[in-house]
Design a protein around this ligand. Structure first.
Ligand code: AHN
Ligand code: ZN
Length: 333
């Protein structure tokens, strides 16, 4: 009996060693240890300044001067870090028939490399603060410090770091437009397809024919005070292994508090077209405020989504985690 038990133990040890040895990109489990490649130090002050610069244009609502000017700022900033920037302009019809002069901004490092990662977020602001506690504000635009200057600020800081420590794999930062023009709460209409117009367009017609990426990471509202990032439902459904990698990496870096390994909700967001239309496994890093009136946080779609509610500690946790994930992938060419 003793011998039998011992040999079973040996067998199970061998089995687990074998499965470790065969580990390839995207086969990590819930608590696996990930080998960390040296990655640059994400500078939250720098990301913060990129967020403030976007907000200084005013709300970046499609078809406004602030939107046009900020689009130029974002493209120019990525170019200054050596990225090849492609503008994808499109006239997109909103739910109410408004034609949005949309601009997806794609910033690529090593545009010809076959192995690529996609990092994305939206850059437009919502025209209506329809979740504001005061109905007098429901038709005013959202200042959009968190939603969505934060994600562009984090991406610009990652681009700055990549320019200083080049990678051997390609990276595409995609700034989607017209994410936040979805049917307002004060209207009777409910149309899920009215959200994420820019990413729907890009996914159906990528900037490069046959575009592929190993995986994608969507950032959405990644700088709000008090934010933590639970595991969003569609991300787990479509890209479970990427979820494991990102949350395990955060844990190992000491940012586990910001990335609880808990279930988030199912969110209609730009990762849906990337997964369903473009066929690229893509996760969403999006805040989840449990038991709050707004699951996205107290300033979501209110006129208080301003710089006062941006927390550099949140930017650091997200930015350092994602840049680490990117540099880890560099080792698996
Ligand atoms: C919905 O409210 C259906 N989706 C949220 C996506 C979003 C809006 N992210 C930022 N603003
Ligand atoms: Zn929004």
């Amino acid at each position: 009996m003793h011998i039998l038990r011992n040999s079973l133990m040996i067998l199970s040890v061998v089995a687990s060693l074998t499965s470790c040895g065969q580990k390839t990109a995207g086969t990590t489990g819930q608590n696996d240890t990930i080998a960390m490649t040296p990655a640059p130090d994400f500078n939250a002050d720098s990301a913060y300044s990129f967020i403030a610069a976007q907000c200084a244009f005013g709300p970046r609502v499609p078809n406004t001067e602030a939107h046009r000017k900020c689009g130029n700022y974002i493209a120019e900033k990525f170019r200054s870090y050596g990225a090849v920037v492609t503008d994808q302009y499109a006239d997109l019809a909103a739910f109410d028939g408004t034609i949005l002069k949309a601009r997806n901004i794609i910033a690529s490092f090593l545009p010809d490399a076959e192995t690529r990662l996609l990092i994305c977020g939206h850059w437009d602001c919502r025209p209506w603060a329809d979740n504001d506690p005061d109905s007098a504000n429901w038709h005013k635009p959202v200042p959009g410090a968190n939603d969505a200057a934060s994600e562009i600020g984090v991406m610009l800081e990652m681009a700055r770091l990549i320019s200083q420590k080049p990678l051997g794999i390609g990276i595409d930062f995609i700034c989607f437009d017209a994410e936040d023009y979805g049917t307002p709460q004060w209207s009777d209409e409910r149309n899920e397809d009215s959200w994420c117009l820019g990413s729907q367009h890009w996914a159906a017609q990528p900037h490069k024919f046959g575009y592929r990426a190993r995986f994608g990471i969507l950032l959405d509202m990644v700088g709000g005070s008090g934010s933590t990032f639970a595991q969003e439902g569609f991300s787990k459904r479509y890209a479970a292994q990427v979820v494991e990698r990102v949350w395990n990496t955060a844990d190992q870096l000491g940012y586990g508090q910001f990335f609880p390994k808990e279930e988030g909700g199912y969110i209609t967001d730009d990762h849906i077209p990337v997964n369903r239309i473009a066929g690229i496994p893509c996760i969403d890093i999006v805040p989840y405020f449990k038991n709050a009136s707004s699951g996205f946080g107290p300033t979501w779609h209110t006129i208080n989504d301003n710089m006062e509610h941006i927390d550099k500690a949140v930017l650091k946790a997200v930015g350092q985690t994602v840049i680490q994930v990117i540099y880890n992938e560099n080792e698996e060419k």
